[in-house]
Design a protein. Structure first.
Length: 309
């Protein structure tokens, strides 16, 4: 049994990771400030003797815990939330990561950081390989998140080299599934909620921008595999099946049976035009690739949202 700390464990991906690792015989410390996470995501875990929830903010000094592994998913990931308090977002990505690294150092624990495809910005390379340095506006509306995550990767790399601790970095591409918030602000949840409520689906630009959508169970498999293997990364995790935003909207309308219509609004600043991971390294190093089709994953996600509404 390993003692595992999951920062951001009450969030969408974090709660699925808590559940997976707990059910595989580990002791889980779930640390979250509940800024975007919710204890309702953990309701099936709270009574388990090998699970402990800690309400805490990683930007502040942390309680000393005896842990073997640390997974860091603590950072608001939707523009609605990370732009609400951009200074806090940056502090979470740097000061918060530093506090977790110091905890890893004191325990000689393995530290796995969940970075993001946003480090590539509005990419000029397609699909995006880990060797690509990105095209990021450092003073744009998304910079608190994009540059925060880039700074975190630098800090982790240098901290690992200077203090000889084992660290790992993954870059997560668009992920969706049950336990996303109704007001998450990301495109899958927006479209599902609007469809189920019979509201207009808001499409920015002409809907020609692309994304690649990975179901959460596939993502969890990849994250855990990364911790198990010797690979340090950075390493892309995502589904390389690329879809336009308009195609996504049409599929969700079909699966919900909604009569909602699509309306078009101006594209937000610095919104990436194309996003698709090259997962060659994950296939080679982790023997990992997604299994769940977009249609199958959306059916499960829509069923969850119907219950929530």
């Amino acid at each position: 049994m390993a003692n595992i700390l999951i920062a951001g464990g009450a969030g969408f991906i974090g709660s699925h990771l808590c559940e997976y690792l707990l059910h595989n015989g580990n002791f889980i410390y779930c640390l979250d400030n509940l800024y975007t996470g919710s204890q309702s995501n953990l309701e099936y875990l709270q009574d388990n003797k090998n699970f402990r929830f800690i309400k805490a903010d990683i930007t502040k000094p942390l309680e000393h815990l005896k842990v073997d592994q640390i997974y860091n998913l603590a950072c608001p990931a939707s523009p609605v939330y990370y732009q609400k308090d951009p200074v806090f977002t940056l502090k979470t990505s740097f000061t918060g990561v530093l506090h977790l690294l110091e905890l890893a150092r004191s325990n000689k624990a393995v530290f796995l950081h969940c970075s993001t495809s946003e480090v590539y910005g509005d990419p000029l390379q397609h699909p995006q390989k880990e060797s690509y340095w990105g095209n990021v506006n450092p003073v744009g509306p998304r910079s608190c998140y994009d540059e925060g995550k880039r700074a975190a990767e630098s800090l982790i790399t240098d901290f690992s080299a200077q203090y000889n601790i084992e660290t790992k970095i993954i870059r997560i591409f668009n992920t969706y599934g049950p336990r996303m918030q109704l007001n998450d602000g990301r495109v899958v949840s927006n479209f599902i909620v609007q469809s189920l409520k019979g509201e207009e689906l808001t499409i920015y630009g002409k809907g020609e921008q692309t994304r690649s959508f990975c179901f959460v169970s596939d993502m969890i498999r990849g994250i855990v595999r990364m911790m198990q293997e010797k690979e340090k990364g950075p390493l892309n995790l995502g589904n390389p099946a690329e879809r336009t935003i308009k195609e996504l909207a049409e599929l969700i309308l079909e699966l919900t049976g909604s009569g909602s219509r699509m309306v078009y609004q101006p594209l937000p600043g610095d919104d990436p035009r194309r996003r698709k991971p090259d997962i060659g390294l994950a296939q080679k190093k982790l023997d990992w690739e997604p299994r769940i089709s977009l249609k199958q994953g959306l059916k499960e996600t829509i069923a969850c949202f119907r219950k929530m509404l």
